[in-house]
Design a protein. Structure first.
Length: 67
């Protein structure tokens, strides 16, 4: 059986579906615009890659605000 992480990493976001983009926006706790930006930056519509990109970006911003 696949773990939830493996399933999420294999899922792709269909950006032409408004409801799907809103769903992932809630799941990833990011705006639809941030998700689109992340997808362009990592050249992928895979949820796992977008999630990792958003996480790294958030960590970078947090480090900058502390410093």
């Amino acid at each position: 059986m696949n773990s939830p992480i493996n399933i999420r990493n294999k899922q792709l976001i269909d950006f032409s579906e408004f409801a799907e983009l809103n769903y992932w926006s809630l799941q990833l706790k990011a705006t639809p615009e941030a998700i689109k930006t992340a997808a362009r930056a990592c050249c992928s519509n895979a949820v796992g890659q977008i999630s990792e990109y958003l996480h790294r970006k958030k960590q970078t911003q947090t480090k900058r605000s502390v410093a």
